[in-house]
Design a binder for this molecule. Structure first.
Ligand code: SAH
Ligand code: SF4
Length: 349
């Protein structure tokens, strides 16, 4: 008989199962706390539970969903990337970034990605399947366990790894709810950020949810012709409609949205394109992250040179658009989206 995948359960589902086993009401809270608060995955160590229950949990539940295959740290040791193997022998990756006062975990929502942005290693590798809620939460808990040993904790979770989170909304949302639950992990809603290539129905749904998480939109081009190429889902959800959805989101939430713009030499980094971007974002409560492209094996595009990045930034700022230039962390460990998995797939073939 297949075991019950613990991390795929909501709290309510766990409570139902334990009640059906004849356990008292408070039991679900205890077990939930062991896993989500203490990151203990072995029932034998759940010391406040009766012995028979611990045995039954071990028999009928499966607590770990992802096996780390490869773990590499950047030279400065601050960034760590892990390639996990799923039960069906697929691979997904996640990254931990340590800053002075925060520890951010960048996680995946899908195996591969159906959107197929040509500059992105994940997009280049095609789409396999959605991750389950448990597989998404497991990535965060894995790093949380590591940080625990350093008396630190995960302070931010960003869905900027492999995949398009808003095309796997249900599982992503369940994982966020589980990690947000104060009975366990208890990470505040505002400490989660969902990055999307611009899936409008997802943005609309997000705007109506009770929990208020951060939203980042991958812009990368200020006009439809170029964005159709760089972010192909633009053909389905063109810029005008996307901006309407983002505007509605900001109005509803009263909260700043982040736009991501990967600067690709000679493709989207011209001064005229900076001006167009500024016009597009004029008056919007937003922030733009300018990220020089992280080169990938499947594309000959290169990052914009520093002067171009500065000029692009200057034009946006002159037009009242706030920006930050983000240097991609951990280039030496293939910390770009989907790059470690890509390397692994090459090795296998
Ligand atoms: N699918 C979502 C989230 C995952 S990608 C999205 O596209 O937003 C997270 C971010 O990394 C996106 O902004 C994406 O465009 C960017 N990205 C992907 N590959 C990149 C690369 N090679 N260099 C720079 N940014 C990249
Ligand atoms: Fe998918 Fe995002 Fe990569 Fe585009 S950038 S292929 S949407 S993961």
């Amino acid at each position: 008989m297949a075991r019950i995948r613990f991390l795929d359960l909501t709290f309510a589902e766990l409570r139902e199962i334990l009640l059906s086993w004849g356990e008292p009401k408070f039991r679900a809270g205890q077990v939930w706390r062991w896993v989500y608060h203490n990151q203990v995955f072995d029932p034998a160590e759940m010391s406040n539970l009766p012995k028979e229950l611990r045995q039954r949990l071990a028999q009928e539940f499966q607590f770990s969903l992802l096996q780390p295959l490869e773990r590499i740290a950047s030279q400065d040791g601050l960034t760590e990337k892990v390639l996990f193997e799923t039960e069906d022998a697929q691979t997904v990756e996640a990254v931990l970034m340590r800053y002075r006062e925060r520890n951010s975990v960048c996680i995946s929502s899908q195996i591969g990605c159906p959107i197929g942005c040509p500059f992105c290693a994940t997009g280049q590798s095609g789409f396999v399947r959605n991750l389950s809620a448990g597989e998404i939460a497991a990535q965060v808990l894995y790093f949380s366990q590591i940080l625990r040993g350093e008396r630190k904790r995960v302070t931010h979770v960003v869905l900027m790894g492999m995949g398009e989170p808003l095309l796997n909304f249900d599982a992503v949302w369940q994982a966020i709810l589980s990690l947000n639950d104060p009975r366990g992990f208890g990470l505040g809603a505002r400490h989660f950020t969902i990055s999307t290539a611009g899936v409008i129905p997802g943005i609309e749904r997000l705007a109506g949810e009770d929990l208020e998480v951060g939203l980042a939109v991958s812009l990368h081009a200020p006009d439809d012709a170029l964005r159709d190429v760089l972010v192909p889902i633009n053909k389905r959800y063109p810029l005008k409609d996307l901006m309407t959805a983002v505007r509605a989101y900001i109005e509803r939430r009263g909260r700043r949205v982040t736009f991501e713009y990967a600067l690709i030499a000679g493709v989207n980094d011209a001064e005229a394109q900076a001006q167009q971007t500024a016009d597009l974002l004029q008056g919007l409560l937003c922030h733009v992250n300018l990220i020089p492209l992280n080169p990938t094996a499947g594309s000959s595009w290169r990052p914009s040179p520093v002067e171009k990045v500065r000029k692009f930034q200057e034009i946006l700022e002159e037009n009242g658009v706030r920006t930050t230039v983000r240097l991609r962390r951990g280039i030496d460990i293939q910390a770009g989206c989907g790059q470690l998995r890509h390397k692994h797939l090459l090795k296998e073939n």
